[in-house]
Design a protein around this ligand. Structure first.
Ligand SMILES: [Zn+2]
Length: 468
């Protein structure tokens, strides 16, 4: 009798997920198209670590990324397409081109009783995660997006903070009703976790989770000091917390791949791709234990930087191994140089040489023909000219404009970054996004649906069908 009852329950449980995966992982590399995946792949092979897990999945689909108003999408429109299945205007999050709310595969999963986790390495209100739970026609509305996050009812949010500015928040039309964004999240039943130790100590049954390791983004992998969890650690914790009879839907984003693409910083870019790949391995290990019930999908939202392997200066050669010499992001290098200027307004080129060597591994002595890390005369000339510009700029005391603004900024970091890319044979055509398609790869239950040439909206269409 007991056995019959058990079989009956098992049959009901199976029918609830009949033909569809009980466990869904969707990984999104922001700004990760074929060049980013393959640069990391070749770096990984060169270092002896072999192929990336994301590049060894059995099904793949070339994926078109355009938004409703441009062939070159931004992350908000791309996330809305991937999550909700609707092409919308750039800057719109979870709303159609008319501004009407559209709903995501994650929301459909939640409605069907499935546990939902949303993870990222940048701010949790950033465009990609927001596409899964927010409904705003301005991706920059971090306060409004925070309110939508709290109201989503999703089970697990991990990554950077809400990115709310208390000053601006008070002007928001919802502020009188909702108050402080973090307190509002707490009022909706989220257990707010502030340290890595607290996070790793979470146990199933601890309730809904929201992490606040910082108000901003997590560190780039290349700059990380271990005080924040990696994306792989976050995925492992999400699996531990959400695993159960109801199944789960986990979206995990490698958000800083895009940022390193915008700044044409190849070493920082590929290390974040490799970090995302470690997280994908966590999902694939889970899949090994639940092969019939699990789907793992990896995609990108768009390409960033017009990245290529092969550059006019290096001809038919590529020197991926040289990237290992870069020890910090260009952003961190720039911060170091700015701090050195602050400490010593009479900073000389001799003073910054050790910082350049520490950050990029460039050598100022030796034979450039024998050792690729020795600066050629032309490279040195460019770097010295950039430094001279920065000395004048520092004296002018003009505020630095913005990271992507070509004017009114320090040039040394940018010049070193260009030299580094050229030494390796990596080219860049843009400081912004491009319209190149991305690659979607998939493994597991229903993975065969991710093949051929698809639109980014097809990812949502396929996943929503699991929950209808
Ligand atoms: Zn971007």
């Amino acid at each position: 009798m007991k056995k019959i009852l058990f079989l009956a329950i098992a049959a009901i449980a199976m029918s609830a997920f009949a033909g569809r995966p009980k466990y869904v992982f969707l990984f999104i590399g922001d700004g990760m198209s074929v060049p980013q995946r393959m640069t990391a792949e070749e770096f990984s092979r060169k270092s002896g670590a072999g192929s990336l897990a994301m590049n060894t999945m059995p099904f793949s689909a070339m994926t078109r990324t355009c938004s409703a108003d441009s062939l070159v999408t931004d992350s908000a429109a791309a996330a809305t397409a991937i999550a909700c299945g609707t092409k919308t205007k750039n800057h719109y999050s979870g709303v159609d081109p008319e501004g009407k709310p559209v709903y995501s595969s994650a929301a459909a999963a939640k409605k069907a009783g499935v546990k939902v986790g949303i993870l990222t390495t940048v701010t949790i209100t950033h465009a990609t995660p927001a596409g899964f739970y927010a409904h705003r026609n301005n991706r920059g509305d971090a306060y409004g997006i925070s309110i939508d996050l709290a109201n989503s009812g999703f089970d697990f949010f991990a990554g950077g903070g809400l990115d709310v500015n208390p000053k601006n928040s008070k002007n928001h039309k919802q502020y009188a009703e909702c108050g402080d964004a973090y307190e509002y999240v707490r009022s909706k039943g989220y257990n707010i976790v502030e340290t890595k130790d607290q996070f790793l100590a979470l146990k199933p049954g601890d309730g809904k989770v929201f992490t606040k390791f910082t108000n901003g983004a997590l560190e780039s992998t290349i700059d990380a000091d271990g005080t924040q969890p990696t994306i792989a650690e976050m995925v492992a914790k999400a699996v531990e917390m959400l695993d159960g009879d109801s199944g789960f839907f986990i979206m995990a984003e490698g958000g800083r791949i895009d940022w390193a693409g915008h700044s044409n910083d190849a070493a920082t870019n590929l290390r974040d791709v490799l970090a995302l790949d470690e997280a994908i391995k966590v999902a694939l290990q889970f899949q090994d234990k639940h092969p019939d019930d699990t789907l793992v999908v990896v995609t990108g939202d768009h390409e960033t930087g017009g990245m290529s392997m092969g550059f006019a200066g290096t001809g038919y050669a590529l020197y991926m191994d040289r990237l290992v010499n870069q020890t910090m992001s260009v952003g961190k290098f720039e911060d170091k140089v700015a701090a050195a200027f602050k400490a010593n307004p009479a900073l000389s080129f001799g003073d910054v040489k050790p910082i350049i060597t520490e950050a990029f591994g460039f050598k100022f002595e030796g034979d450039a023909k024998k050792d690729g890390m020795v600066l050629t005369k032309a490279e040195l000339k460019g770097i010295v000219a950039a430094f001279d510009h920065d000395v004048d700029f520092h004296k002018s005391k003009i505020e630095e404009n913005s990271k992507y603004d070509g004017e009114k900024r320090y040039l040394l970091g940018g010049e070193c970054r260009v030299v580094m890319s050229h030494k390796c044979g990596i080219g860049w055509s843009s400081g912004a996004h491009t319209a190149m398609p991305v690659l979607t790869t998939a493994k597991g239950r229903c993975a065969e649906q991710f093949s051929g040439f698809i639109e980014n909206t097809d990812i949502s269409r396929i996943m929503k069908a699991f929950y209808e």
